[in-house]
Design a protein around this ligand. Structure first.
Ligand code: NOJ
Length: 553
C-alpha cells in the first residue's frame, strides 16, 4: 500500500477556549497554545488540531464562522497565528485547523446579504425555500433540536440549518460558493497548515426533493439521517474539493463523517480517497440512544468489540486509515461514559492502550492524557452547551423530569470536555488569572499537569504509549500492521493482535473493574507494557487485575 506522511502521526486536539489563557480574560488564546507547544510535544504527538479560532459570534464556540480570513480577537491576532505556525514547524509539529463549511454564522457577510435579498446571488449561497401554508417547508429535525428551518422575517421564505439557527447551511450546489470555499482553504494551506479537520461534512448534500418524513418523536419532526447524511452525490463535491485543495498541498484531511459503509470506504479514504482519513465514531456514543442523551445505555465489552472490530477490519480491507479517538470536545470524558462509577488511572489507561495500539491515526484530546474527568453541576443553567439545550427541550417533550434532565446534563453535556485544562494546583488550575467562562473542575488540585509529571501517572503512561508507537522496534508494526481480534471467547476482555513482517504484538484489555482469569496459551510472551507493575513475561493462566492492559510481544 502507498505510504503517506500522515499515517504514522499521533494528533493532539486543542480546544483553544479552554486550553490556556495568557491575557486574563478567562478565555484561552493562541498565545496560550504557543506557550504550551513544548508540553504538547512532550506527550509524544506530532500534529495538533486546533478547534475553530476564526472570527465568530461564538454561538457554538466558533463552529459558527463569520469571517474565515480572520482570527477572533478573543483568541488573538493573525500575527499570533503566524507565529504559532512558525514555532510549531520549528518543533516538528504539523498544525491542522478546523474547516467548518457545511454552514457559516448568521453574522457572516454572505448571510447578511442573503437576508436582504433572498432571491439574489447571495441568497443562493444558502438554502432558502418558500414555506408551505404558513409552515416550514418540511419536518426535518436539526441536530441541535427543533426544525431545520427558520423563517426569514417579512418574507415567505425560510432558511435551512442542520445545527443551530445561527448556523445557516451553505448551498454546496452553487459552484460560485464552492469556489469561495476552495480559495479560502488554499489561502490557509499556503500559510503552511498540515491540513484540516473537516467539520460536519456529512451533511453538505441533501435529498433534493426536500419531502417531509414520517415523524419519529413527540416534537412531530423526523431525523435527517436518511435525507442528508452522506447523501448520494456528495462524492462529486468531495472529489472536487480534494482536487482543488488537499491534493495541491499534499495536505492531510480528516473528516467528521459517520456512517460510511464498508462498500464505500475505499472510495472515501482508500489510497486515493476523498479524504486522508475519517473519524471512527462507531463506538463513541454507545452509552446513549442516537441523538437522545436522555436515553442512557449501559456499555459492555461485547458492544464495543462488535463496533471496534467491524470498523477496524473494514478499514484494513480498504487499505485505509481511520482516525481513532476516545475523546473530543463533543464528548464527555471516555471513562465516564463506559465505567461511570470506576473512573480513574486504571480505567483511563486501559482505554488509552486500546486506542493507541489500534490500526489508525490516534487522536488525543486535551486533558485526556492527564485523566481529566467530567464536572458535576448542581443546576442545569450552569451549562453553556448549545446542543444540551436542544436535548433538554426534547427530553422535556418526551416526559423527562427536571431531575432526569440534570442527570442527563451531568452525564452527557459537551461541556464536560470544555472545562479549563488543569495545569497546576494554583487558583483556576493555572488556566487563567481571570474568571473562566466554564468553572474549573473541583478536582484540579489532585488532577493537573504538574502533579502528573511523575512516574506512574496517567500522563506518564500516555507518554509510554506514544513512545512505543514511535519506537524503532514497533513503529512500522503499530502503523501498518494488520489487526485481528484475539481471545474472542473471553466475554469481558477486548484483545487484538497486530501483525507485520513476522512480528506480532498482542494487546489484552480487561474491560471489568475486577480481577479476571484468562488463558493465554503456553507460549511465553514478553510484557512490553502494562498499566500495572508486572513480571517481565507471562503465559498460561493469567489473572488480570481490574482494568489491566497488557501489550505482549
Ligand atoms: C461538529 C463539531 O465538532 C461540534 O462541536 C459542532 O457543534 C458541530 N459540528 C457544528 O459545527
Amino acid at each position: 500500500m502507498k505510504k503517506k506522511w500522515w499515517n504514522e502521526k499521533i494528533v493532539y486536539q486543542v480546544y483553544p477556549r479552554s486550553f490556556k489563557d495568557t491575557n486574563g480574560d478567562g478565555i484561552g488564546d493562541v498565545r496560550g497554545i504557543i506557550e504550551k507547544l513544548d508540553y504538547i510535544k512532550s506527550v509524544g504527538v506530532d500534529m495538533i488540531w486546533i478547534s475553530p479560532i476564526y472570527k465568530s459570534p461564538m454561538k457554538d464556540n466558533g463552529y459558527d464562522i463569520s469571517d474565515y480570513y480572520a482570527i477572533d480577537p478573543i483568541f488573538g491576532t493573525m500575527e499570533d497565528m503566524d507565529e504559532l505556525l512558525l514555532k510549531a514547524k520549528q518543533k516538528g509539529l504539523k498544525v491542522l485547523m478546523d474547516l467548518v463549511v457545511n454552514h457559516c454564522s448568521s453574522e457572516h457577510e454572505w448571510f447578511k446579504k442573503a437576508l436582504k435579498d433572498p432571491k439574489g446571488p447571495y441568497g443562493d449561497y444558502f438554502i432558502i425555500k418558500e414555506g408551505k401554508d404558513g409552515k416550514a417547508p418540511n419536518n426535518w429535525r436539526s441536530i441541535f433540536g427543533g426544525s431545520v428551518w427558520e423563517p426569514i422575517k417579512g418574507t415567505p421564505y425560510y432558511y435551512y440549518h442542520t445545527f443551530a439557527k445561527e448556523q445557516p447551511d451553505l448551498n454546496w450546489e452553487n459552484p460560485q460558493l464552492r469556489r469561495e470555499i476552495y480559495d479560502m482553504m488554499n489561502w490557509w494551506l499556503k500559510k503552511g497548515l498540515g491540513g484540516f479537520r473537516v467539520d460536519a461534512i456529512t451533511y453538505i448534500k441533501k435529498d433534493p426533493s426536500y419531502k417531509s418524513l414520517p415523524a419519529d418523536g413527540a416534537d412531530g419532526l423526523a431525523a435527517l439521517s436518511e435525507v442528508s447524511s452522506n447523501y448520494p452525490g456528495i462524492e462529486v463535491f468531495l472529489k472536487e474539493m480534494r482536487e482543488e485543495t488537499f491534493d495541491v498541498y499534499d495536505a492531510f484531511s480528516v473528516a467528521e463523517m459517520s456512517g460510511v459503509d464498508a462498500a464505500k470506504l475505499r472510495e472515501y479514504i482508500g489510497p486515493d480517497g476523498l479524504f486522508s482519513s475519517i473519524f471512527d465514531f462507531s463506538y463513541m456514543e454507545l452509552d446513549v440512544e442516537l441523538f437522545q442523551w436522555y436515553r442512557p445505555v449501559e456499555v459492555n465489552a461485547t458492544m464495543v468489540k462488535e463496533k471496534l472490530f467491524e470498523s477496524q477490519s473494514m478499514a484494513q480491507e480498504a487499505e485505509s486509515f481511520l482516525s481513532v479517538v476516545l475523546e473530543n470536545h463533543d464528548q464527555p470524558r471516555a471513562a465516564e461514559k463506559w465505567f461511570p462509577k470506576q473512573v480513574g488511572y486504571e480505567s483511563q489507561t486501559m482505554l488509552a492502550t486500546m486506542n493507541l495500539m489500534l490500526r489508525g491515526i490516534p487522536f488525543i484530546y486535551q486533558g485526556e492524557e492527564i485523566g481529566m474527568t467530567n464536572s458535576t453541576f448542581s443546576d442545569i443553567r450552569e451549562y453553556e452547551d448549545i446542543m444540551l439545550w436542544g436535548q433538554y427541550d426534547r427530553a422535556k417533550k418526551e416526559g423527562c423530569t427536571e431531575e432526569e434532565c440534570l442527570d442527563m446534563a451531568n452525564r452527557r453535556s459537551r461541556d464536560h470536555a470544555r472545562t479549563p485544562m488543569q495545569w497546576d494546583d494554583s487558583e483556576q488550575a493555572g488556566f487563567t488569572t481571570g474568571k473562566p467562562a466554564l468553572p474549573v473542575n473541583d478536582n484540579y488540585r489532585t488532577i493537573n499537569v504538574k502533579k502528573e509529571e511523575r512516574e506512574g501517572s496517567v500522563l506518564d503512561y500516555y507518554r509510554k504509549l506514544t513512545a512505543l508507537r514511535k519506537s524503532d522496534e514497533y513503529r512500522e508494526l503499530l502503523t501498518y500492521g494488520e489487526i485481528y481480534p484475539a481471545l474472542e471467547e473471553e466475554k469481558d476482555v477486548i484483545a487484538y493482535e497486530r501483525v507485520r513482517d513476522g512480528k506480532k504484538l498482542l494487546i489484552v484489555l480487561n474491560f471489568l473493574g475486577e480481577n479476571q482469569k484468562i488463558s493465554l496459551g503456553n507460549e511465553e510472551r514478553k510484557i512490553v507494557l502494562s498499566n500495572y507493575k508486572t513480571e517481565e513475561s507471562c503465559f498460561g493462566q493469567v489473572e488480570l487485575q481490574p482494568f489491566q492492559a497488557l501489550v505482549l510481544a
